[in-house]
Design a protein around this ligand. Structure first.
Ligand code: HEM
Length: 196
């Protein structure tokens, strides 16, 4: 099992690096049709957000059996899936908008739709998580590391607003709301257990 987890980790890390290379390549060749792939990256980012937050939710619900197995598996690759999630989100932002800004210039800030502002805020919130997703930061930041990583709970709701207010990604918004509600319910479960 351990061997398989190591292999899975390596595969995720390789995929993450490959995606960064593709993002850099797209900046050199912005005229290629990246935007469709960009939409897919947004969907993958939401999917990964679910995968990254699910083990914490399962843990707080104190699940057993097969759910516990899923929790442990996802927990053991959480750093890698978190990095991949951020990379999907960056690829999405670059391919659906930033390349257009590089080619045609920045838009009038007043013309930027609200859903896109929420998308940008989501990415900004996820950035410190990505930056501190390493052992060095865990040691350096101690308790503050956990506080920084709590930002993911806000990011989920911003991602939900981004997709719900957007053009055609509402189904992904519903998924993000679902995971946001599950997070709240799981914390309430912990709170209830502490009180009794
Ligand atoms: C600077 C940050 C971001 C920008 C500029 C941005 C921009 C956009 C735009 C313009 C669309 C509409 C695409 C279209 O229909 O042409 C979109 C859709 C979407 N975005 Fe973002 N986004 C950002 C961040 C994020 C983040 C962080 C996530 C997820 C964690 C995300 C997830 C999605 C999803 C799931 C869709 C719907 C895709 C579909 O099914 O059509 N976005 N975004």
């Amino acid at each position: 099992m351990l061997k398989h987890i190591q292999l899975l980790k390596r595969l995720i890390v390789c995929g993450t690096y490959a995606l960064w290379v593709l993002v850099l390549f797209s900046i050199v060749k912005p005229t290629l049709p990246w935007s469709e792939l960009g939409e897919l990256m947004g969907e993958a980012a939401i999917g990964m957000l679910v995968i990254v937050t699910l083990p914490g939710i399962l843990k707080r619900f104190e699940v057993t059996g097969v759910y516990k197995q899923i929790q442990l598996l996802l927990m053991s690759v959480r750093r890698q899936t978190g990095d991949l999630m951020f990379t999907f989100a960056v690829a999405h932002a670059v391919w659906v908008r930033i390349l257009l800004y590089i080619r045609f210039g920045l838009p009038d800030p007043a013309s930027i739709p609200l859903f896109q502002i929420f998308g940008t805020l989501t990415l900004l919130l996820l950035f410190p998580l990505f930056l501190t997703s390493n052992n060095f930061s865990v040691r350096l930041l101690k308790k503050n590391w956990q506080r920084i990583h709590y930002l993911v709970y806000i990011a989920v709701w911003f991602a939900a607003l981004h997709t719900l207010l957007g053009i055609e990604g509402q189904i992904w918004g519903i998924l993000a709301v679902g995971i946001g509600v599950a997070q709240i319910a799981s914390w309430m479960n912990v709170y209830k257990k502490h009180r009794t």
